[in-house]
Ligand binder design. Structure first.
Ligand SMILES: Cc1cc2nc3c(=O)[nH]c(=O)nc-3n(C[C@H](O)[C@H](O)[C@H](O)COP(=O)(O)OP(=O)(O)OC[C@H]3O[C@@H](n4cnc5c(N)ncnc54)[C@H](O)[C@@H]3O)c2cc1C
Length: 469
């Protein structure tokens, strides 16, 4: 077990007490890694502060003793950003999980960073409101983690990402300074919008301790449909028609390629929802207050699209249970690690290029490894393609070799297309070697300058996103 400087240990114990500090074998193994498959690493210590004041004191002590700190949320991140670096302490926010206030009229939610996304969603719902971000990891991921990765998910087409939900933040800087930006103001043009720096920063600039989130009126009704189309251009035309017919009401518009659906049906033992196979499936939700009107809108748009041949087949869910079973197919991604050795991509592209780009990737991979298996799905409304290549289908390469070779092919195509190598999962450790494919040298220099200004000793989540110098 690594020996901690006794003075440092005493400062930590004084701050968080024995219930907030674990060492050696007492650190639960879940704090050694996240969901990304990055090799686990035991932290020097696990700290679980119970208040902003404690976070501040912990960071002050780490700063004084030059000990690196890795913030941890629900550990569902897919980029390796929350995996402890050697010689770092892990700082978990899980004891700071209070929902502090919900103001239905002002449509705001004040929450501590360690609350799960689901707890925040439920608190909003109880007040007749809706939190605009939703994703499969909702039960485990925390508000601090979703903000630090600027998470997206299924609702982005309607409400945007975590950044768009954020009115205020409280952040503790590397030296322990508490930066209070918890103002419930929609408009505030008073110089730099400092909170934006911490959203999507993956814990490299500060520790988020509280957030003031914007809420939306809760829709009272939802209608769900699955439609088969020939290609992404047709899917995009269908999206625009739904948005025109039901302005503001398209709550999700998810793409599943046929190979994804085939696997999802098999793994979930679900009967096929459509009679035949089709190249591309769209799972869409409309939200509003009048269920018959939403169903009518879906019927009208899908009916006309079927007549014109834009849509090849479609089914509208007749009950909440049917809608849930269609969504279970899309959320089968949580089972990927059980069934595949997945090399995951999270690519952002101009909306009208997504389909051709997805084909180009699969063609390039198949040319190199005939018989390779890649499952494609995504959020069309936000130009976000997810591709998961099964490393076991690449002719006997070990996982690391396979990952490296596949990434080199796919990220070269992303750079050519002017896309982003990370639409919503972040850079962390996994995508760090490829950051230059999506950021130019001037942008990287400004990012380094911001890091230098806020964390000159490079103690916060070191080695993640980019190397400072
Ligand atoms: C089944 C599944 C489905 C998913 N679906 C989606 C999806 O649809 N869209 C999407 O965007 N992502 C998705 N993800 C990825 C993941 O859920 C998100 O990245 C989530 O936002 C991570 O939150 P977390 O609390 O688990 O963070 P962690 O994994 O614990 O940490 C992520 C990063 O945030 C930092 N961090 C955590 N808390 C704080 C804090 N309080 N202050 C400062 N930094 C902090 C960490 O240091 C790390 O850099 C999915 C993951 C899984 C497993």
């Amino acid at each position: 077990m690594p020996v901690l400087n006794p003075e440092f240990l005493a400062a930590l114990t004084d701050t968080v007490g024995p219930e907030g500090l674990s060492l050696g074998n007492a650190i639960p193994e879940r704090h050694h890694a996240d969901w990304s498959g990055t090799p686990p690493q035991a932290p020097l210590a696990l700290l679980r502060p119970a208040s902003t004041a404690q976070v501040s004191a912990v960071l002050r002590a780490c700063h004084a003793h030059r000990v690196p700190v890795v913030p941890q949320g629900g550990l569902t991140g897919l980029a390796g950003a929350a995996v402890p670096s050697a010689g770092a302490v892990a700082l978990s926010l899980d004891r700071m999980n209070a929902i502090e206030a919900v103001h239905a009229d002002a449509r705001t939610l004040t929450v501590q960073a360690g609350a799960t996304l689901q707890a925040a969603q439920e608190a909003a719902q109880e007040a007749g409101c809706l939190l605009g971000v939703d994703l499969g990891a909702r039960g485990s991921c925390q508000i601090g983690g979703t903000l630090s990765t600027n998470a997206g998910g299924n609702g982005v087409v309607q409400f945007g990402m975590m950044r768009e939900q954020t009115l205020g933040l409280e952040v503790v800087l590397a030296d322990g300074t508490v930066l209070d930006m918890m103002r419930p103001l929609v408009k505030n043009n008073t110089g730099y919008d400092l909170k934006q720096h911490f959203i999507g920063a993956e814990g490299t600039l500060g520790v988020i301790t509280r957030a003031l989130l914007r809420l939306h009126p809760a829709p009272r009704a939802r209608a769900t449909a699955l439609a088969a189309v020939a290609d992404c251009d047709s899917a995009l035309r269908l999206l625009r028609r739904l948005q025109t017919h039901c302005p503001g009401g398209v709550a999700a518009f998810e793409l599943m390629w046929q190979d994804f659906l085939d696997h999802a049906l098999r793994w979930t033992r679900t009967p096929a929802p459509l009679a035949q196979s089709h190249p591309l499936l769209v799972l869409t939700d409309l939200s509003g207050n009048d269920e018959p009107a939403l169903t009518e809108a879906l019927e009208a748009v899908l009916g006309q699209a079927l007549e014109e041949g834009l849509v090849r087949d479609a089914v509208i869910a007749q009950s909440r249970a049917q809608a849930a079973s269609l969504w279970r197919l899309r959320e089968v991604t949580a089972e990927f690690p059980t069934h595949l050795a997945p090399i995951n991509f999270d690519i952002s592209l101009p909306l009208d290029q997504l389909g051709r780009f997805a084909d180009r990737c699969v063609d390039a991979l198949s040319e190199r490894w005939p018989g390779q298996r890649s499952l494609r799905f995504g959020h069309l409304g936000d130009g976000n393609l997810h591709l998961s290549t099964d490393a076991r289908s690449l002719g006997g390469l070990n996982f690391d070799e396979a990952e490296h070779a596949v990434e080199a092919i796919v990220y070269a195509l992303v750079a050519q297309a002017g896309g982003s190598i990370s639409a919503e999962h972040g850079i962390g450790l996994h995508k760090k070697p490829f950051l230059h494919a999506s950021r130019n040298p001037a942008e990287l220099a400004v990012m380094r300058a911001i890091k230098q200004a806020l964390d000159p000793l490079h103690l916060l989540n070191p080695g993640k996103v980019f190397d400072p110098a």
